[in-house]
Write a protein that binds this ligand. Structure first.
Ligand code: SF4
Length: 347
């Protein structure tokens, strides 16, 4: 994966993205509280790279994707596309910039209009953009993209319900790439598919990346898929960035207690720790009332006295390996380091 990766060229930069949804009292009332969906998330996406965002349900990974695409407006922070501030664009400039970024949905069926033929579904983005002047050019582009994603041209005038889940996802991918975007946000693109079909769709995404030089933001809860496809991984918990590293470093030597627990429940990935695996106990706390200090402290086996008092900074623990955990804060006092509780059971 990532054969065309150019780590020197940043195609997208997310800076301090924060999203808080107000919870209002009454129809016109003031915000009584907020859902803290995303808090101060920053990362870079390089040309040809697959940047994976992982975490449990509700960790903020899909909200990150939506903020990046401006399907929801971030409360704070910005997204730069190259040097351009995407978050400040409007009108025609926004429409143009949006063509550089496309989304592949989790559920291909619900994202495809059941009343449109495959050809029209795939062509819709170029029809809206007015990319081609003649019908023949437009149809030729549709056929080119159908071939690229492995769809038989005989299916051109069929409807979504006539296809399997894997084929529907190919239609979704064709629609996403028809305008030749630079960046594709893949939001759980294979989690609704059978395992046997997942590998084929992942292989297709890899082939298209190599051929078209695409950069992917790959959102997934499935670490075995992420291990296969990603170059870089960001682990999120309760809207916060917990760890960010090159895939090899993250899977070989996870630093954050949350990442360690996530990897421990996948024996295929961490054979060596199967005798000593740690299972995350308890539910993810409510994002309307997140824990004080480190948001993971209510479930962390290494929770220290300082952890509920102060949020840890995201610091570079090893070159290119960032982690938000007080365990790597050399300035802590003995009292602050005192172990206070174990919420994760050893099994
Ligand atoms: Fe655990 Fe404390 Fe590190 Fe948070 S800061 S992950 S509670 S040790």
């Amino acid at each position: 994966m990532g054969k065309n990766r150019d780590m020197s060229e940043v195609v997208l930069r997310a800076e301090h993205l924060t999203k808080r949804y107000p919870i209002k009292k009454g129809l016109f009332g003031k915000a009584a509280n907020y859902v803290h969906a995303l808090e101060d998330v920053s990362f870079e996406l390089h040309r040809g790279e697959t940047f994976a965002i992982v975490g449990e349900s509700g960790c903020g990974k899909s909200t990150t994707g939506k903020c990046v695409l401006r399907l929801t407006e971030p409360t704070e922070g910005k997204v730069l596309l190259g040097e351009e501030d995407f978050t400040s664009l409007s009108g025609e400039a926004l429409t143009k910039a949006r063509q550089k970024m496309k989304l592949i949905f989790q559920d291909p069926y619900s994202s495809l209009n059941p009343r449109m033929t495959v050809a029209d579904i795939i062509a819709e983005p170029i029809d809206i953009a007015g990319t081609y002047k003649t019908r023949a050019e437009r149809d030729a582009r549709v056929e080119e993209v159908m071939e690229a994603v492995g769809l038989d041209l005989a299916f051109k005038y069929r409807y979504p319900h006539e296809f399997s889940g894997g084929q529907r996802q190919r239609i979704g991918i064709a629609r996403a790439i028809v305008l030749e975007p630079e960046i594709v946000v893949c939001d759980e693109p294979v989690s609704a598919l059978d395992v046997s079909v997942q590998a084929k769709v992942i292989n297709l995404l890899e082939q298209l990346q190599d051929r078209l030089g695409l950069s992917y933001i790959f959102i997934s809860h499935d670490l075995s898929v992420v291990k296969h496809i990603s170059d870089t991984v960001m682990v999120m918990y309760l809207g916060h960035e917990m760890e960010l590293a090159d895939k090899e470093a993250l899977f070989a030597k996870p630093l954050h207690p949350y990442t360690q627990a996530l990897l421990d429940v996948i024996p295929r990935i961490r054979h060596e720790r199967i005798q000593d695996k740690r299972i995350l106990e308890g539910d993810v706390p409510s994002p309307t009332n997140p824990p004080s200090g480190c948001v993971f402290h209510t479930r962390c086996p290494k929770c220290m006295k300082v952890c509920s008092e102060r949020a840890p900074e995201l610091r570079e623990v090893e070159p290119g390996h960032l982690c938000a955990c007080h365990l790597f804060d050399d300035a802590l006092s003995e009292a602050e380091r005192q172990l206070v509780g174990v919420s994760v059971a050893a099994k």
